[in-house]
Design a binder for this molecule. Sequence first.
Ligand code: ZN
Length: 150
Amino acid sequence: MSNAHPRALFVGHGETDTWAHAGRYDLVLQSAHHFEQFVEQLWETMQQMPECRDQTTFILTADHGRGSGLVEWKDHGAETKGSENIWIAVTGPDTPALYERGNQADVTHAQIAATVAAFLGKDFVPRCRRLHRPFPMYYKLRSRRETRVV
Ligand SMILES: [Zn+2]
């Protein structure tokens, strides 16, 4: 971080998945709590660095959704109800504070690469453009000094 001064930082959280598969809800909660502390430390570190303060977009997510219900929470996949629900958190100088969004168009993890690229002012060109557009949100492309709606 101190050498690279990234414009975008992607953090994918996966440890809770390991504990959920093991059926250890207590450790899922503990892992989630540690992740929150890690994110807080990372954020504070970035804010203490003049090169990163209010300059870096922070993108947080998990690698997939998770089942919901008394047993299903331990697993995920096409057959596990609830797995289709994912979360992503984005904060940074180009992202207005819109808080928790509901009633929005469906998004998928396949859009994350294009979203990160957009924050870097790059146009990610995947093989199947329809499925991999950036997340629908307002963001400003700093390199071009314009605001776009995607
Ligand atoms: Zn898993």
